[in-house]
Design a protein around this ligand. Structure first.
Ligand code: COA
Length: 415
């Protein structure tokens, strides 16, 4: 039995943040019933289409292991169907624009009346306050949550990251909120509301930058390259390029082939505990006991000189050779891996983190499987549903509609 088997999720999510959350719950065995507008569906089905006529990778990669039912929740019959689904499900998840569900007639108060055990989880861009009415997408959240102002290079424009910390990051937070509320319901017998604002989720992931904001009061941030370059700090945590976020200075350094390969780089961390090994590897054994180099404090004002010396060595090796040499010496390094390299990585295929899926419309494609591994609840990835693929079975088996009722609902365009 899977960890969440028997839990029914009413999935009214779309785009990325909500679907990331419900896909995780589905991987753990929950029955995720995705409600979509008849004939339209989740907008991502037809966004960034690469195979004409087929559901896009944007959609398929966020909606595995779910069932799809179409319901027009703005029709009277559709509202009745949704009400029955609320009665039957344990969790309802949505990430509509603020107020959309209330306008449909399903406020939290109403949902509680329909099913007091319901856990109602939602993603919004902002929590209560000046911006609570705003629609929000990934990059807006990255900007509003502090990530963009602290990403990129000093003196350059703020930068968003490729990691979808606003959407997928908030979906992850929400999934934890849901399972926590399910656990709480075991004792209380009651459902509750779970809210996760994208701004809050991003800020949570940027907490080391809020740490640095407060450290500024005590003086310059010495592990930032800017300190070693004698550039004054301003009032806010600055952009730190590729400086390490922790107390051990690190940087991205060129490796053999960098002139032609945009990803021929390594991340190199000068962990204090292995400084002597670093000196030996880069051919600077004399730095081991030199009072100008031997301690982290004396190295901090000369980060550029130090990393130039290390880079002179990394440039003679491929990024994988750097890893092979440094790893046995406990020097923390990591190759910059491209999406192409990750998609071909044998280890990730073996662990099910990269999975090949077959889809009736688009054929085989790669996706990221469940990155969270449970020993007694393994996840296999099942292709995403076609629009309304499970409408009849859900209306019949979950809420007990008769064939005649289903036919009438279809006739009216309610499903
Ligand atoms: N039947 C009938 N109507 C439906 C429906 C269904 N099954 N599903 C959705 N709709 C309606 C909604 O009720 C809404 O109608 P309304 O505006 O008349 O109330 C309409 O579809 C559009 O929904 P909305 O959420 O406003 O979509 P959008 O495309 O305009 O905005 C977002 C998209 C993502 C910007 C917005 O949903 C949002 O800000 N969400 C919260 C934050 C978030 O999750 N952002 C990240 C997304 S990855």
């Amino acid at each position: 039995m899977k960890a969440l088997e028997g839990v029914k999720i009413l999935d009214m999510t779309h785009v990325q943040s909500g679907p990331t959350c419900t896909q995780l719950l589905a991987w753990f065995g929950a029955d995720v019933i995705k409600v979509e507008r008849p004939g339209v569906g989740d907008a991502t089905r037809k966004q960034l289409v690469d195979v004409p006529g087929a559901d896009s990778l944007y959609f398929t990669m966020l909606n595995h292991n779910k069932r799809s039912v179409t319901v027009n929740t703005k029709t009277e019959r559709g509202k009745k169907i949704l009400t029955r689904l609320i009665e039957e499900c344990d969790v309802m998840v949505e990430n509509f624009a603020p107020g959309a569900l209330d306008r449909m007639g399903f406020s939290w108060e109403n949902i509680q009346k329909i099913n007091p055990r319901m856990i109602y989880a939602s993603v919004k861009g902002f929590g209560p306050g000046d911006y609570s009415d705003c629609k929000v997408y990934e990059n807006v959240a990255q900007c509003a949550g502090g990530s963009a102002s602290t990403t990129g290079h000093l003196g350059d424009v703020p930068m968003v990251t490729g990691a979808q910390i606003g959407d997928s990051g908030t979906g992850l937070h929400l999934a934890l909120g849901i399972v926590t509320a399910l656990f709480h319901r075991e004792h209380s017998g009651k459902g509750q509301r779970v809210e996760c604002a994208m701004q809050d989720g991003v800020l949570n992931l940027c907490r080391v930058k809020l740490r640095d904001q407060q450290r500024l009061k005590a003086g310059p941030l010495k592990e930032y390259s800017q300190f070693s370059e004698n550039i004054l700090f301003g009032e806010a945590t600055p952009r730190a390029g590729n400086d390490s976020g922790g107390g051990q200075p690190g940087r991205i350094l060129k490796c053999k082939g960098w002139e032609k390969d945009p990803d021929a780089y390594t991340y190199f961390i000068t962990q204090a505990a292995v400084w002597k090994n670093i000196c030996d590897v880069i051919g600077k054994p004399e730095w081991k006991e030199d009072s100008e180099w031997a301690t982290p404090e004396v190295r901090l004002p000369k980060l550029n000189e130090m990393f130039d010396a290390i880079e002179a060595w990394t440039m003679t090796k491929t990024k994988f050779e750097v890893m092979e040499i440094c790893n046995p010496l406990n020097i923390p390094v990591g190759p910059i891996l491209s999406m192409k390299e990750l998609s071909e990585d044998e280890n990730l295929r073996k662990t099910g983190t990269v999975v090949e899926v077959d889809h009736p419309e688009r054929g085989k494609y790669l996706t990221v499987g469940n990155p969270i591994k449970l020993s007694d609840s393994p996840s296999e990835v099942v292709r995403s549903p076609l629009l309304g693929e499970h409408t009849d079975e859900i209306l019949k088996d979950v809420i007990g509609l008769s064939d005649d009722e289903i036919a009438a609902a279809k006739e009216e365009g309610a499903v």
